[in-house]
Design a protein around this ligand. Structure first.
Ligand code: DQA
Length: 146
């Protein structure tokens, strides 16, 4: 029996991590990040589901599924949809659990179009600029809160 269940959602282009602008996003691959999260969750008896999609509707469908399958929390890096997607915000607003928004880079140090996040209007916490550690910090916070 797991203590809690968390969904990790990675948005568009994050499948390219490791080779995509490593000076900004680091050298770790998405598989590296997800493997570390799975190990961290397992250590604490949590169930975890990690998904990536380049399609807005698929991310929304995953959030809808999380409303019905006992998911306690969502860690989401919406990538570029952060700055554009009212639809992802609306889906998250229909989800009752906790939501933590993660960005590998410090979006506030970058172009001004990255400074606004629709998802932040819903997120219970936001982590930006800590690289892949941000995801692990988000999971640690969720586990600590129980
Ligand atoms: C990102 C920041 C976004 O502005 C960008 O579009 C991404 C990744 C990050 O993790 O730093 O794709 O969400």
């Amino acid at each position: 029996m797991s203590v809690g269940k968390v969904l990790v959602l990675h948005g568009p282009n994050l499948n390219l991590l490791g080779t995509r602008q490593p000076e900004i996003y680091g050298h770790e691959t998405l598989a590296d990040i997800d493997d570390a999260l799975r190990a961290q969750a397992a250590d604490h008896g949590w169930a975890i589901d990690c998904r990536q999609s380049n399609h807005e509707g698929e991310l929304i469908d995953a959030i809808h599924a999380a409303r019905l399958d006992g998911t306690a929390a969502i860690i989401i890096n919406p990538a570029a949809y952060t700055h554009t997607s009212v639809a992802i915000l609306d889906a998250l607003n229909a989800f009752d659990g906790r939501v933590i928004e993660v960005h590998l880079s410090n979006v506030h140090k970058r172009e001004s179009f990255r400074h606004h996040s629709y998802v932040s209007l819903r997120a219970d916490g936001v982590i930006a600029g800590l690289g892949s550690r941000g995801y692990r910090a988000a999971l640690e916070a969720l586990i600590a809160a129980g």
